[in-house]
Structure formats: C-alpha cells, structure tokens
Design a protein around this ligand. Structure first.
Ligand SMILES: Nc1ncnc2c1ncn2[C@@H]1O[C@H](COP(=O)(O)OP(=O)(O)O)[C@@H](O)[C@H]1O
Ligand SMILES: [Mg+2]
Length: 394
C-alpha cells in the first residue's frame, strides 16, 4: 500500500543530491484532538517530491486539519511532521517552505492584482525589480499575464482563484497546499481549472497536496490519492489502482459505484490472493482478495464488489447460443430491468435479480450493438468475468 515513488540509489552510483529520496512531507503517527473529537488519528503518510497528491474523503474526516498541521496553523497533539526531512514542531507558518491556497482566497480588495501577488515577496523585503519580475512570471503561469494593474473585484471567480494561486506560487514553495480551492466555482469552470492546475503542477514541478471531497476531481488530477475516513488513511495509490483494487468497502463505495454481493468466504489462497465466495443467496463467485494485508478466515462474511461497467446485459433470448455464456470464468445471472437511465455516453440499467439482488450495469451508448433495444420490463441475462469480482474482507 505504500506509494512512495522514491527509488533507492544503487550502491556506487553517482552521488545523488543530498535530498534525493527524502519525502517533501512526512507525517509520523500524528494525532490531533479538539477536546473529545479525534480529528486525525495516528496518521502516517509520506508525500514524495514533485507529485500531485490528493487527500480525499467525506466532510469531517480530517483533511483540512491535516493540511493546517503541515502548514503550521495547527500543532499535532502527538506525533511529528517533517518537511524535507526536518521536524517542524514549533516552526511558525511563515518559516515553513509551504504555501496554502484556500477555497475562500481572500484577496486584498484595496490592492491591484500585482500587489496582491507580490504580497509575500514584500514581506520578505524583496527588491522592487525582483518583485516585478517574479510577479510577472507567476501571472504568466496562471495565464493572467498583463493583468497586473487590474482590480481584483473586476475579475471572475476563476480569475480571482488564479490570482490566489499566483500569490502562493510567487514564493517558490517546496510544497503547495490547496484546500478545496475550486469548491466555489461552477461545474464547467471547475473542470477546466482541474486540468489547468494539473498542467501547472507538471510545469512548475512543485509538490501539490490537494484536499477534496470530490472523487471525480481526485481521479482527474492526482498522481496519488490518499483516501481518508475518521482521521485515518484507508488506502493510498494511483487513481486506477484505487478504482480497480479498492481494499475495503469504504474505498470501493467512495470511489465510483459498486455492486455488492454479500456472502461467506469458502476458499482462499493467500499466495495468489484468489478467493471463492458463496453468496447468501446461493451464488458462487471466484475473485481476487484486494487487500494484500488482509488475513481472512474461511467462513467469514465478506462482500464481493463488481463495477457496473463490467456487467454485460443481454436480452434473455440472445444468450442461448452464446458459447461464452456457459464458459468457466464467468458468472451468469438472470433478472429483469426495472429502470434504465440515459446518461449521455452511457445508459445505466437497474436490474432486479433473484440471486444477486439489485444490480447496476452501465453500457456505452456508442457501440450501437444489436442488443441496444433493451429497456425497463425486459428479461435479461447479466454476465461478468471472474476478474471483475473484488473480494472485500473489511
Ligand atoms: N478548530 C476546531 N475545533 C473543534 N473541532 C474541530 C476544529 N477543526 C476541526 N474540528 C473537527 O475535526 C474534525 C475534522 O475536521 P476537518 O479537518 O475540518 O475535516 P474535513 O476537512 O475533512 O472536512 C471534524 O469533526 C471537525 O468538526
Ligand atoms: Mg475541510
């Protein structure tokens, strides 16, 4: 589950820079309590240099608190935070080489764009010439070159957020912390800004730690997603890894949509991670136990999760002559569509089945296949491959 991208240098290789392999941020068993509330619970985390990290989780799971501790606005109750290998307990925010962009970015209304962006440089007594040059560079980065003399209230929400971003980038922080910075923007602009932020991060190479409760946003932007719940890390990994191999129910349901079939684990092989589940309603499902650290016991109650796009839906008559329908390695279930929802690229079918409960299937609309005429009321056969069965122990 560790997602450190830092490679160990081989013995005798050219000496690497002194900081090679040291994570930009290391959180070492950090707990933060507010009275009786445990906001962050014995959190361990390493953020590798130059990557785009997202903290993803529901409201109240401790994302902002974690970010504020990295920035120095809050102190851990216990545990230690390291920036570039150095412990930072007691180091005030302005002496940490990190900058934060908040959702409510609070630009100074009485200053023009250039003076807003240059604020941090003036605090550090940069020369006027230096300030002008670096402000110009930062504004170019966020595609606001030429906006120096504009008043912030003349700008759109998206442009104001870019000014806030430039104001943070102008200090050349090692790490940029972003707390739901696009939360106040409408959907279309938010989508545009997601792609821009991702491109910007690539361009400047600064480590980004991005907080969001929006799974789609995290999937779009991140190299590494850290899924949090109740102040703890549930799983971390790349977007595809989290979607295709969620280690538990929380992650499977928080990222994307899953069908869940309950049952008992009747066989498992720790070496290969394969397992067989007898569902409560009599289905036998072979699949992969996704959590490499799980120690399952035979007979234990588990969930088999299956992504909707892995289900194939065909009218009952169609599959009779289909050889693969009876192939080993496939599950086959009969049911009846009770709802079809057109989603543009896809159509979602809700299918009532005797043996697997309600199933959600999604099918691409572009295919124009022969079976495209199915809809509510139709009797169908639902099939999926064993490789789609994700066995979740916890
Ligand atoms: N200053 C504070 N005082 C008391 N409780 C707080 C404070 N800040 C956060 N909390 C609590 O800590 C928990 C985590 O909050 P937060 O880190 O803001 O979550 P998130 O950003 O994931 O929504 C919540 O239960 C919240 O109410
Ligand atoms: Mg928050």
């Amino acid at each position: 589950m560790a997602a450190s991208t830092a490679a160990a240098s081989p013995v005798g290789a050219t000496p690497a820079p002194a900081d090679a392999g040291i994570p930009d941020v290391r959180i070492d068993r950090v707990t933060k309590r507010f009275g009786d509330v445990v906001a962050v619970d014995a959190l361990d985390l390493s953020v590798a240099r130059g990557a785009f990290y997202s903290f993803l989780g529901p409201s109240g799971c401790g994302k902002t608190t974690t970010l504020r501790m990295i920035a120095g606005f809050e102190q851990p109750t216990s545990g230690e935070i390291y920036l570039a290998g150095e412990p930072v307990a007691g180091v005030p925010p302005y002496h940490r080489n990190v900058n934060t962009v908040f959702q409510h970015y609070a630009l100074f209304p009485h200053m023009d764009v250039a003076r807003n962006v240059g604020y941090g440089l003036r605090q550090k007594h940069a020369s006027k010439a230096d300030e002008t040059r670096r402000v110009g560079e930062a504004l170019e980065l966020v595609r606001l070159g030429g906006y120096e003399r504009r008043r912030t209230w003349e700008l759109s929400g998206g442009q104001q957020q870019r000014v806030a971003l430039a104001r943070a980038l102008v200090n050349h922080p090692t790490v940029l912390l972003l707390d739901e910075p696009l939360g106040a923007l409408d959907l279309k602009l938010r989508k545009e800004m997601q792609l821009e932020l991702k491109a910007l991060q690539r361009e400047v190479g600064i480590t980004f730690v991005y907080v969001t409760h929006d799974q789609e946003e995290a999937l779009t932007m991140s190299d590494v997603i850290v899924v949090m719940q109740h102040g703890r890390v549930q799983q971390q990994g790349g977007p595809a890894e989290l979607y295709e191999r969620p280690v538990n129910r929380f992650v499977a349901n928080f990222i994307g949509v899953s069908n869940s079939v309950e049952g008992k684990l009747i066989e498992h092989d720790t070496a290969t991670g394969r397992g067989v589940v007898a569902s409560d309603r009599g289905l036998r499902l072979t699949g992969v136990i996704t959590d490499p650290n799980a120690s399952p016991t035979t007979g234990q109650q588990v969930i088999v999760a299956v992504r909707p796009e892995r289900l194939r839906v065909e009218p009952v008559g169609n599959t009779g002559a289909d050889a693969s329908a009876s192939d080993a390695g496939w599950t086959r279930v009969e049911g009846r569509i009770h709802q079809g929802t057109y989603l543009g690229e896809q159509t979602e079918f809700r299918i009532t089945t005797e043996i697997a409960g309600e199933l959600i299937a999604r099918r691409q609309n572009a295919s124009g296949g022969g079976a495209s005429g199915i809809g509510p009321g139709d009797a169908v056969v639902v099939r999926w491959e064993d490789s789609a069965n994700l066995i979740l122990i916890a």
